[in-house]
Write a protein that binds this ligand. Structure first.
Ligand SMILES: Nc1ncnc2c1ncn2[C@@H]1O[C@H](COP(=O)(O)OP(=O)(O)OP(=O)(O)O)[C@@H](O)[C@H]1O
Length: 250
């Protein structure tokens, strides 16, 4: 197995060891408590999430399914620190996101969380290696050569070793999503948050991408939280949570 994966496993092992020492081995990597979100627009306010609890353990694969408009993306934004809740809290490795300033929150996002979206959000003027290396280059402590070599290693792992210097416009939809997966994983996050990662792909490509995501999760030892409205895609998870109108269905 690659050194990249070895490092990720080592990191995870040392985290586990730390937790054992602290006797907190059940501490979730990601936890939400009584999470609510209300959007105010002029005189109108709409409450989209109603006091949600959620806990994701290290290495766990959780799917959230729900119909359009049920609040899945809003929840993912809050869990990823991209937006703040109206009330309630989100903790990453036990650390409260809302207590952090924007710089620290950005740091947690970069180091502990990976993001995959329905639309890949790759930068068109950069090739696959540059796109994947980018999250590492935001860190001042990673040299550009090291970032490139880690990007190449991950691109090979997602089956794109022959497309390293291709720009997004020169790749198929499935290949672009593979690049996006590699980019989300290059920082070796402990949790990947994926919002309809296969929503823009045909069924065969979607199934391949989901299988790849599952394999990468096992290899890299990360937790995976996938939001989808596709029950058959959600079925691969350890646990499926159903959302309706901003509440969990029991
Ligand atoms: N910034 C906002 N301002 C006002 N309302 C919003 C905002 N963002 C989301 N909403 C509303 O919140 C509700 C939930 O939206 P959200 O995108 O979280 O749903 P979803 O379950 O992800 O839907 P889909 O499956 O269609 O992507 C929707 O009714 C939406 O209109």
């Amino acid at each position: 197995m690659s050194s990249l994966i070895g490092n990720a496993q080592q990191n995870n092992e040392s985290k586990v060891n730390d937790l054992t020492v602290n006797q907190q081995s059940s501490l979730p990597v990601l936890a939400a408590s009584k999470l609510s979100k209300t959007f105010n627009e002029g005189k109108n306010s709409v409450t989209v999430l109603h006091g949600l609890d959620l806990s994701v353990q290290a290495g766990e694969f959780v799917s959230i399914i729900g119909s359009s408009g049920s609040g899945k993306s809003t929840l993912l934004h809050l869990l990823g620190g991209l937006d703040l809740p109206t009330s309630g809290e989100v903790r990453v490795h036990g650390e409260l996101l809302s207590a952090m300033n924007e710089t620290k929150r950005g740091d947690v996002r970069n180091k502990s969380l990976g993001f995959v979206y329905q639309f890949h959000h790759l930068l068109g003027e950069f090739d696959a290696v540059e796109n994947v290396a980018m999250p590492l280059l935001f860190r001042r402590d990673v040299h550009v050569d090291e970032a490139r070599s880690q990007a190449i290693e991950l691109l090979k792992k997602v089956g794109l070793g022959h497309r390293l210097d291709h720009k997004p416009g020169e790749l198929s939809g499935g290949e672009r999503q593979r690049v996006a997966l590699a980019r989300a994983l290059v920082t070796r996050p402990s949790v990947v948050l994926a919002d309809e990662p296969t929503g823009n792909l045909d069924r065969k490509t979607a199934t391949d991408i989901l299988a790849l995501l599952g394999d990468l999760r096992r290899d890299l030892g990360m937790a995976l939280l996938v939001v989808t409205h596709d029950e058959s895609l959600a079925g691969a998870a350890d646990r499926i949570m159903h959302m309706q109108d901003g509440r969990w269905l029991s």
